[in-house]
Design a protein around this ligand. Sequence first.
Ligand code: ADP
Ligand code: ZN
Length: 424
Amino acid sequence: MPRAERGLLQLRRLKDLIARLSERVPLYREKLRAAGVTPGDIRSLADLARLPFTVKDDFRQTYPYGLLAVRMEEVIRVHASSGTTGKPTVVAYTRQDVDTWSEVMARTLMAGGVGRGDVVHNAYGYGLFTGGLGFHYGAERVGAAVVPMSGGFTDRQLMALRDLGATVLCCTPSYALHLAEAAEEAGLVRGLKLRVGFFGAEPWTEAMRGALETRLNIMALNIYGLSEVIGPGVSVECLERRGMHVAEDHFLPEIVDPRTLEPLPPGATGELVFTTLTKEAMPLLRYRTRDLTTLDAGPCRCGRTLVRIGRITGRTDDMLIIRGVNVYPSQIEHALLQVPDVEPHYLLVLRRDSTLDTLEVQVEARAAIAGAGRDALAALGTIVRRKIHEVVGLTADVSVVPPKTIERSLGKAKRVLDLRHGGS
Ligand code: ADP
Ligand code: ZN
């Protein structure tokens, strides 16, 4: 769809959204009144900047159903966010919402060429988490055969991957790495038919992409979504793999300065904000995701005109400040992936010794060098420490630990253990 035409569609949908929200959701009626905006005030998409924001705390204040814009009888599904940063938020869907979600998930899978004849191994968690059912409905919509594995039971996953002839892998990147290792150990990789993987739900790096593509012999695509907005399906990379195209006929993105909340010019890094244009059950106005990235409205070689978001570099709330240096866990991952003899399984442990903050980076040695003796491991630790200093500008204590000693995630990896406040 040409951009001008889509702009008109978005504007029409935005006006309708404001009318629905001010009529049906007390919280928004109040927010809109406080902002002095009536539905008639919206004349162009630029008026978006006048509208009030929504934050995660609005969900908590109205828990569980206060943000519903339809009667409970219209709701056919409920999910919840994974609660990475606190109490989970509850989200609801009408039949139309589930249909929209399946449609955007179908687009996601089609971006990687998935369709009839494909076998989709879906290792995203089924349940309250949106990943499992989101991919499930999308895979059915494109006519692929879906294997509803959910997370965990790695041996069984390997057996299914091989025996059922999976061509598509869906899971978090950290779990994909775990599967790759297990497949290598079992000597299975060559027997797999995997062609493409859809990885997301947690931050990962270009270096991790390289590792997954080589080890599993696939094309690895980044996907981004969040349950408050709908779940996975909000955006996906095309085969050019230069940013994730946003399904902006349904989810209108903006980038704002996280401190001033002013919209930022194209290309600037800031907080990603979404307005849901078509959602019925829990529509959102300018939802602050707390994820940091950029927007690119320039043309893409794939021919899609949909705006692209860059790799998520972190959450505004997972930035660590260590002795005055701002550090995102993804920067440490980037550094670790440049050292060939360690695996990118890692844990960052923060402590406070008297007044100074310290960062310990635990990282696993590759199986091949694990038996090389203490001196070799200590030397490896020095290399890692130098690399982290070079990339992040911070001196960390590095512990190179034996293979398989850092807990594996089945879904989202837990990378940070912060013992600075209250912990010992
Ligand atoms: P929670 O906020 O509790 O983790 P969700 O399960 O809805 O809830 O997860 C959404 C969040 O996951 C996003 O806000 C973002 O921080 C993270 N995320 C999802 N996909 C990606 C991705 N491709 N890269 C980086 N982070 C991602
Ligand atoms: Zn593209």
